[in-house]
Write a new protein. Structure first.
Length: 74
């Protein structure tokens, strides 16, 4: 059973809370995207009908923390 919207919101809030630490730990090593994706992908994979909302929230949190999606390698 996919998580409900409240569960997804809680997971996204936790991810955003962790984002400054991820940036601090991984920005110099270039491992930020791998670390972030490992957490974000779990949420995205379980978003179901809320996929668009999750994608918007993730994009917005990255922007708020000064990490542009176009900074992602590949």
């Amino acid at each position: 059973m996919p998580p409900n919207l409240n569960t997804l919101e809680a997971q996204l809030n936790a991810l955003e809370t962790d984002l400054p630490v991820l940036i601090q730990l991984h920005s110099s090593s270039g491992g930020l995207w791998a670390a972030f994706a490992g957490l974000a992908d779990v949420i995205e994979d379980n978003a179901g009908a809320h996929q668009e909302l999750v994608a918007r929230r993730i994009s917005a949190m990255l922007t708020r923390h000064g990490v542009a999606c176009e900074d992602e390698p590949g």
